[in-house]
Design a protein around this ligand. Structure first.
Ligand code: SF4
Length: 337
């Protein structure tokens, strides 16, 4: 029996072709690890270190930073070695051309510093588990099983169990979106079936979108919603198990897909997106030649000589420079950006 994870199910519904490459054909990634994933892993390791230390002694912010730097350097070295062995273009894959590995390293430091000062001395709840594996059934016949990892489980003074999850992405869900974010609610099922916890626990969910100054988004699901969630995921698994073909489903995420080099549809979509973006930028920032563009209907007074040249690529270097300076993060993100 296949034990499903939230990301495995999500991959199928995001793009069946990607699901096939990753889970059916089990193809090794033809490209290096993405820098976003690398940053996320280093952040999680540092949080793990922090909350393991807290019961004995709260580390200083410098100690936390040192841990992050050391682990970043060690893992980067591993990525360099992997690059040599596998012949990747670079140790880490960066899709956003305006960013460097150093930029991501600095973001990681900033996220940590912000988190540290926001939650110090880390006594909002008492840690019960870190990187806790939960395995659970969606049905009483135990035909549909899932598993996942809780980043941190804490219990507050009122006895509420909090499922914490850290996200380093530059997208933050809104309070309204919480009801459609299922990952932590699925882990709630895991806790309710866990011998140490059980169905009587009051459980809440807390996402930390650490790229944002106000990082927390909180949610919860009642018993009825949890039952409905189980049915929803049973239906999803049934659909996956019934699938006979795995069509491509292009989206803005194609640019980040590790299998892009194998996927003609994905490549066409990325190219198309790039072209639309360039055209939009050109329309919003017309150069001097563009400003003088002749009207569509040439009046009787106008002469052929007065019609300016409108070479579409004349402003390309300036446009590229403008794109490089485009803000990476949204308004309410940390002021450094
Ligand atoms: S590149 Fe896009 S369409 Fe192709 S497999 Fe990846 S996600 Fe799917």
């Amino acid at each position: 029996m296949t034990v499903y994870s939230y990301s495995r199910i999500n991959t199928y519904f995001t793009c069946p072709a990607q699901f096939q490459y990753r889970y059916i054909l089990k193809l090794p990634s033809p490209v290096a690890e993405g820098v976003e994933l690398f940053l996320g892993s280093r952040f999680h390791e540092t949080m793990e270190y922090l909350y393991h230390q807290v019961p004995q002694k709260v580390p200083t912010v410098n100690e936390l930073m040192d841990f992050f730097k050391k682990h970043w350097a060690n893992q980067y070295q591993t990525a360099v070695e992997k690059q040599k062995q596998k012949g990747f273009d670079s140790p880490l894959r960066i899709v956003n051309e305006s960013q460097t590995v150093e930029d991501y390293f600095q973001k990681g430091q900033l996220y940590l510093e912000n988190y540290y000062h926001q939650y110090h001395p880390f006594d909002q709840d008492k840690t019960e588990a870190i990187e806790m594996k939960v395995v659970f059934d969606l049905d009483s016949q135990k035909q549909y099983r899932m598993q996942g990892f809780i980043d941190r489980l804490g219990r507050d003074d009122e006895g509420v169990l909090w499922i914490h999850d850290y996200k380093t992405s530059s997208r933050k869900i809104s309070e309204e979106d919480v009801k459609s974010e299922d990952q932590l609610a699925l882990y709630q099922i895991g806790l309710s079936q866990h011998p140490r916890y059980g169905a009587k626990e009051v459980i809440k969910h807390i996402w930390h979108f650490v790229a944002f100054e106000k990082d927390q988004v909180v949610g919860e699901r009642n018993a009825k919603e949890i039952e409905w969630l189980k049915q929803k995921y049973i239906s999803k698994i049934k659909a996956i198990e019934k699938a006979k073909d795995y069509p491509t489903k292009t989206s803005p995420l194609c640019g980040w897909c590790e299998f892009l080099s194998l996927c003609a549809d994905g490549q066409a979509s990325v190219e198309n997106k790039k072209r639309i973006k360039e055209e939009k930028a050109a329309a919003q920032n017309p150069g001097p030649a563009r400003k003088e563009k002749a009207p569509e209907v040439v009046s009787a007074e106008q002469t052929i000589e007065s019609t300016p040249a409108t070479a579409p690529t004349a402003n390309e270097p300036a446009l590229k420079a403008r794109r490089r300076k485009a803000p990476f993060v949204s308004q309410d993100q940390l002021s450094l950006f």
